[in-house]
Design a protein around this ligand. Structure first.
Ligand code: KIV
Ligand code: ZN
Length: 515
């Protein structure tokens, strides 16, 4: 295959994905995901929006400093300060990219930017030239291209390429496009823009109509050679095109599409689980590729067919995306070195000996309760250890729950609040309800519970339960996570994690800001 047959995979889980309400991640969590993306052989990792907050800047910088095999990118509006900040964060990158954007649709230019089309072109060109002076790899996005006029798109894209943009992104920002129409936009741009051959055309589709993947693939057929996507389809509102679906569609239908990617597909499932565990966004069981049922055959006829010849009902193998490769990771007798090297193999890097010791102590506790420890257990254990190591306002000390048929469940908790232990008890409609009420009696957060979900991390009744608690207060949404073999303890940890996240600050949202 020629290089023109390769589709560049640009992952924006850490930037657009993080814009999902409640999906904010700590710098350490972002770095862990970035390492998993590098292992997956993602071409470009959009690590964040450097000017959004000091935390975002630090995360982009940490990722730029440590990722070697993927290009690391920072988003920036078409503003000098944004571009300079992005360049600063990317200084240590082996291969860095500045991604600058400005809106090009009539509705955005008139109401949001309050700018004339000429001014928008001028600002875009200025921004790209400034970015090119600081970084050789510059991407330009026409925000809301899906609702922009084709003549204006041709004009601004030509100017952007002349100014030095190497990648031109045509986002369907509001998820409005329909596959054949979106493909036609890409085709027209490639045919009408005189210098189109000097840039890679990219697509970035949102899923408001459930068409993000279909639109992206239609654009690839029309000639786009970069797809922007996220793990599990995380992202603003209904999300972005799901990386795993794009990649597996391209791989499975190479006969028809005639293109390929560089993605190392057996790492897809573990990356999906890592992102789901960190963000607290569970993957629905019937989700393509990474859902629990994606390769499960229920009907007898299907089971019989698969046993006789797998391809009767399976278009790709479960192993090719990482299913059934779940190895018994470690056991009760495993030592510290085996533990450390398994974490290394999983791409989990702990900051120092103290963190490693804390994680190893928890591993030993878990091994006492659970005979077989799988990779997923280790991922959850490390997330939990790091969450506990972080400065916390609230910390669970003990939980005692009484639940008996015919009696009202009762919970007693001891929680440390900034180091001072406080206890409370409460009754509830069930043991989890009683636990949350008891914690609330101490925290008085006045937040409302929006979601409570429990997932078994591995198979069997000795599995750790991974709990997500979503709280909302004054329009702010956070997702707290907790894992434990006791699901009541996991629930209490998740609730307390959400309360701690509520206390943490909030950062600016890229598309909300005026350019
Ligand atoms: O959806 C969008 O338009 C974006 C751009 C900033 C690329 O996320
Ligand atoms: Zn987007």
């Amino acid at each position: 295959m020629s290089s023109n047959d390769r589709v560049i995979i640009f992952d924006t889980t850490l930037r657009d994905g993080e814009q999902s309400p409640g999906a904010s991640m700590t710098g350490e969590e972002k770095l862990r995901i970035a390492k998993a993306l590098e292992r997956l052989k993602v071409d470009v990792i959009e690590a964040g929006f450097a000017i959004a907050s000091p935390g975002d800047f630090a995360a982009v910088k940490a990722i730029a400093d440590s990722i070697k095999d993927s290009t690391v990118c920072s988003l920036s509006r078409a503003l000098d300060a944004d571009i300079d900040r992005a360049a600063e964060a990317l200084k240590g990158a082996n291969s860095g990219r500045i991604h600058t954007f400005i809106a090009t649709s009539p509705i955005h230019m008139q109401y949001k930017l309050r700018m004339q089309p000429d001014q928008v072109v001028e600002q875009a060109v200025h921004a790209i030239k400034r970015a090119r002076n600081l970084c050789s790899d510059v991407e330009f996005s026409c925000e809301d291209a899906g609702r922009s006029e084709i003549d204006f798109l041709c004009r601004i894209v030509e100017a952007a390429i002349n100014a030095g943009a190497r990648t031109i992104n045509i986002p369907d920002t509001v998820g409005y496009a329909i596959p054949h129409q979106y493909a036609e936009t890409i085709r027209q741009l490639l045919n009408r823009v005189p210098n189109a051959d000097k840039a890679v055309f990219s697509v970035h589709c949102h899923n408001d109509l459930g068409l993000a993947v279909a639109n992206s693939l239609a654009a690839v057929v029309a000639g786009a050679r970069q797809v922007e996507c996220t793990i599990n389809g995380l992202g603003e509102r209904a999300g972005n095109a799901a990386l795993e679906e794009i990649v597996m569609a391209i791989k499975t239908r190479e006969d028809l599409l005639g293109v390929h990617t560089r993605i190392d597909t057996p790492h897809i499932l573990s990356t999906s689980r890592l992102v789901s565990g960190i963000t607290g966004f569970p993957v629905q069981p019937n989700k393509a590729i990474v859902g629990a049922n994606a390769f499960a055959h229920e009907s007898g006829i299907h089971q019989d067919g698969v046993l006789k010849h797998r391809e009767t009902y399976e278009i790709m193998s479960a192993q090719s995306v990482g299913w059934h490769t779940n190895k018994l990771s470690l056991g009760k007798l495993s030592g510290r070195n085996a533990f450390r090297s398994r974490l290394d193999e999983l791409g989990i890097v702990l900051a120092g000996e103290a963190e490693l010791n804390a994680a190893f102590a928890r591993f030993k506790d878990l091994a006492d309760k659970k005979q077989e420890i799988f990779d997923e257990d280790l991922q959850a254990l490390v997330s939990d250890t790091l969450a506990e190591e972080a400065p916390e306002h609230f910390k669970l000390i003990t939980l005692e729950v009484a639940s008996k048929t015919g009696e009202v469940p009762q919970a007693q908790v001891v929680v440390s609040v900034d180091g001072a232990e406080r206890s409370a008890e409460a009754q509830g409609s069930g043991p989890v309800d009683a636990t949350f009420r008891a914690i609330e009696a101490i925290a008085s957060s006045e937040a409302s519970l929006q979601l409570y979900s429990v997932n078994a991390i591995t198979q069997g009744t000795d599995s750790q339960g991974e709990v997500t608690v979503r709280l909302e207060k004054g329009g702010r949404i956070v997702n707290g996570n907790g894992a434990d073999t006791d699901i009541l303890v996991a629930s209490a940890k998740a609730y307390i994690n959400a309360l701690n996240l509520m206390q943490a600050g909030q950062k600016a949202h890229p598309q909300a800001a005026d350019v």
